[in-house]
Design a protein around this ligand. Structure first.
Ligand code: SAM
Length: 219
């Protein structure tokens, strides 16, 4: 048991070395990846794959994103947000991205539309003693009750930035979201300045769709 945990730790540190080689430089982000036990967000039978640099299926047609993608989005958010700000994540999935943000000291809210993923993530948060607020529902509409947010991170692809999410940003708050269709998306950051939004466009990615009223329609 102790040997297995030591092996996971070794692989986690190797993963962090690889993130660094890929250009992730933030000490806060790298420390979170060292700290959060990614294998705990995988089914026991799949844990051998937890530290591969790849997305992995988590059931219900969904995936846990590749470590580099999580680190890249987290860095875009962290460079622009106050260190212990309020962050809303859309697309809880396995819960890993939310746990990374939590370990960095953010106050994290997360929304998932698939009941099976919502309750599995709740179980993992409970086991790990993480205080992350969860909601089951259509995250394309945000979570108005806790707005405004210093940052919103969407881990599924949208055709356009959902107006409800832009509305729920604090002044100077940022929305990090992959924008585009099934052929691929560009990671995009929208920064609120009063009633205006500055847009910055970054690398190309391939995400599962954000399905909801202000996302894609379910097929
Ligand atoms: N952040 C996740 C993690 O760390 O494992 C990975 C997310 S996975 C790439 C995208 C997630 O977005 C899926 O779990 C999917 O069910 C969810 N999703 C898609 N549309 C959604 C919506 N409108 N509201 C909330 N969640 C949504």
């Amino acid at each position: 048991m102790a040997d297995r945990e030591a092996a996971y730790r070794q692989r986690r540190y190797e993963m962090v070395g690889q993130l660094r080689r890929y250009g992730i430089v933030s000490p806060r982000v790298l420390e979170a990846f060292r700290h959060v036990e990614r294998h705990r967000f995988f089914a026991p039978a799949d844990r051998a794959f937890a530290y591969e640099d790849a997305a992995f299926p988590i059931g219900f047609g969904q995936t846990i994103s590749q470590p580099y993608t999580v680190a890249y989005m987290t860095s875009l958010l962290d460079e622009r947000c106050p260190p212990s700000g309020n962050i809303l994540e859309i697309g809880t999935g396995s819960g890993y991205q939310a746990a990374i943000l939590d370990s960095m000291g953010y106050c994290v809210y997360t929304v998932e539309r698939v009941p099976g993923l919502f309750s599995r993530a709740a179980g993992v948060f409970r086991e790990l003693g993480l205080d992350i607020a969860q909601r089951l529902g259509d995250g394309s509409l945000g979570w108005e009750e806790h707005a405004p947010y210093d940052g919103i991170i969407v881990t599924a692809a949208a055709p356009e930035p959902p107006p409800s999410l832009l509305d729920q940003l604090a002044d100077n708050g940022v929305l990090v979201i992959p924008v585009g269709g099934s052929e691929g998306q560009r990671m995009t950051v929208f920064t609120r300045n009063g009633d205006r939004f500055e847009q910055e466009i970054f690398l190309a990615f391939s995400f599962v769709p954000l399905i909801g009223k202000e996302g894609w329609r379910e097929e």
